[in-house]
Design a protein around this ligand. Structure first.
Ligand SMILES: Cc1ncc(COP(=O)(O)O)c(C=O)c1O
Length: 398
């Protein structure tokens, strides 16, 4: 196995997010809630509590409880796919990070070729590489609104391409792959018999897309060799329970993942399973997602106003989904270099952003981009933007 490279985004977060007084606007989760907060969204009279304290702490259901897998499967029921999709198509994991790992660990090896969108969460291209696969990065372009170019994809496919990896909505850009483009990607995968794997951890946080225009999940698109991963962390504001999942209409893929998972997971905490099940239940889910969509919209308006107010020195492609945006700042008449900018900003104002090339480009690519995570508590975003505005006035407009 190749040497595992450092996971740059996680290391940056770990290094700076706990420094005293930090204004963390680099976070990717919708502002996290407690179990107590969760009960506020429940619309059912006399509903059972989110947690049954008498539960014996055995390993529990190995693949995740039936109820939880049923509630997860229900998230994918709205597509037009003719393929059967049931709780058996779902396996519960410890966060999307384990889900992603299991997908690669069970499907990819030496001799395989993997195509992965770029920029995205580093795990999605670094892990297949460490497993011995050849990885080609399918670069997204700012000038295309960060939407992938399918003609370019066709040119990247090789005889041994085993998997295409997408991330929809995308971290860090906050862009989506619209339905028509997604259908073309499915077409390419189908034509060459390639697995299409989509990390959909920011789904369904489509806060700036008109009703009916949100792209479907890839597992709802009538192509069997599709896999999705997701979790409770981002759109559901419950990262602390570490519940995620893999889902696929392909029984063979689910079987492979189950075999691999026996070696890494056994089961997910029964306590976490119960809380996730409560959050995704029909009585709680609508209120919870409404809270997060509302928070995202409110905060994005503030960020949008900030960009407009500083338009001579700040630019971006306005995000339409998820929790993050890729932005550019100018110092004088030059675009600011990401790492130097983020460190100086942190030192002088305590505002924490993420450097684009350090965490997503791992070299020169995305050198002039920084990622903001704007679905924090509104008060933190406001304080962060106030400081950022002062900083920009002092250094960028000097
Ligand atoms: C695209 C993407 N996938 C997966 C993860 C991992 O999320 P978790 O393990 O908390 O579910 C993240 C976290 O930032 C992410 O951005």
């Amino acid at each position: 196995m190749a040497k595992i490279p450092p996971f740059d985004v996680e290391q940056w977060m770990d290094k700076y997010e706990t420094i005293p007084g930090v204004l963390n606007v680099a976070e990717t989760c919708c502002s996290s809630i407690s179990v107590q907060d969760l009960t506020r969204f429940n619309t059912r009279q006399n509903a059972p509590a989110p947690l049954d304290l008498s539960t014996r702490l055995t390993y529990g259901a190995i693949r995740g409880s039936d109820e939880l897998r049923r509630n997860i499967a229900a998230l994918y029921e709205h597509g037009s796919s003719s393929l059967p999709f049931s709780p058996d198509s779902v396996i519960v994991t410890q966060g999307a990070i384990s889900a992603n790992h299991l997908v690669f660990y069970s499907q990819i090896g030496a001799g395989d070729h993997v195509i992965c969108v770029f920029p995205t969460y580093q795990q999605l291209y670094s892990i297949p590489k460490t497993l011995g696969a050849e990885v080609t990065l399918w670069e997204l372009k700012e000038e295309n609104g960060w939407v992938p170019n399918v003609d370019a994809l066709e040119g990247l496919v090789k005889a041994n391409t085993k998997m295409i990896v997408i991330n929809n909505p995308n971290n860090p850009t906050g862009a989506i792959i619209p339905t028509s483009i997604l259908a073309q990607i499915v077409g390419v995968a189908q034509k060459h018999d390639i697995i299409l794997f989509s990390d959909e951890v920011y789904r369904p946080l489509f806060h700036s897309i008109s009703a009916g225009h949100a792209p479907p999940s890839v597992v709802s698109m009538d192509y069997k060799k599709t896999i999705v991963t997701s979790s409770m962390s981002k759109a559901w504001a419950l990262a602390g329970i570490r519940v995620g999942w893999v889902a696929s209409p392909d029984e063979g893929i689910i079987k492979d993942i189950t075999v691999a998972r026996d070696y890494t997971t056994i089961s997910v905490s029964r306590i976490d399973d119960q809380i996730a099940n409560y959050a995704l239940s029909p009585e709680v889910r609508p209120g919870l997602i409404a809270r997060n969509l509302e928070l995202a919209k409110t905060n994005l308006e503030l960020l949008d106003q900030f960009v407009k107010d500083h338009a001579s020195v700040v630019s971006w492609v306005r995000p339409v989904a998820g929790t993050t945006a890729f932005m550019k700042f100018k110092i004088g008449d030059k675009l600011a270099e990401d790492e130097e900018f983020c460190k100086h900003l942190l030192d002088t104002t305590k505002v924490m952003l993420l450097p684009g090339s350090k965490c997503f480009g791992h070299g020169e690519t995305f050198k002039v981009f920084v990622r903001i995570g704007y679905v924090s508590e509104t008060a933190i975003l406001k304080a962060g933007l106030r400081q950022l505005s002062r900083y920009v006035k002092k250094y960028s407009l000097k």
